[in-house]
Design a protein around this ligand. Sequence first.
Ligand code: NDP
Length: 256
Amino acid sequence: SSRWSLAGMTALVTGGTRGIGYAVVEELVELGAVVHTCSRNEAELNQRLQEWSAKGYAVAGSVCDASSHTQRQQLLEKVSSIFNGKLNILINNVGTNIKKPTMEYTAEEYSMIMSTNLESSYHICQLAHPLLKASTLASIVFISSVAGLIHMSSGSIYGATKGAMNQLAKNLACEWANDNIRVNSVAPWYIKTSLVEHVLSDKHFLDKVASRTPLKRPGEANEVSSMVAFLCLPAASYITGQTIAVDGGFSVNGFP
Ligand code: NDP
């Protein structure tokens, strides 16, 4: 039924050429949405767009560095023009990290992580708001992290950006509820993507991750995209302001 379909809906997924964003693009298209995505690497973006087109998937894309104010404006102008000023779904997925002890971060690294993870999603929400409101049935999902809920060794700046994204979801959920915009946050634990392949390829580290995770393994990108897609469905119409962990039970696993 239409409760379980995104047919006729439009979506913007930032960072859709790899990892979680890639899985989200495919999941939304498979449920019937028309998707626009972006990334910085033009060759990889074109490659993905060609593959999607060959599969008959309705995906377009533009090159955009989501950490750039001007490029974010250009992205949303493009999205507005191709979707006639309306957008049903915004997935703020772009994110990055530099893992270090707090005392070793430079001011430049602080700005880079803050602008890529937090400022980009904040500004894209502002830019997308008129389009989301005009669609009359809208949903925003932030890709946060369990690092925004609890301490992890992934670094304090990353943790702060993800915690802020979870709070932002709560604020916007209340502020924009009258505009029929639901806003939620999805918080994954280790997911096998290019972002963390260097850490998960360390057998010792992978064993530690598995031992702390009740389901005894890291997750797959499509185990996150299914939750993201669910939150955008009409079936999720009463869910807003939530942070939902997709973490194999990691964040509820106490000691011993
Ligand atoms: P990947 O690095 O595998 O993929 C990131 C995607 O975003 C790529 O398509 C990349 O393309 C794009 N991207 C990165 N930076 C920018 C930018 N500045 N502007 C535009 N596009 C960009 O990452 P994941 O899929 O692992 O991560 C996605 C999100 O999930 C992030 O917010 C991350 O923090 C979060 N997350 C990931 C976890 C994991 O274990 N993998 C766990 C918890 C949260 P390009 O580089 O060409 O721009």
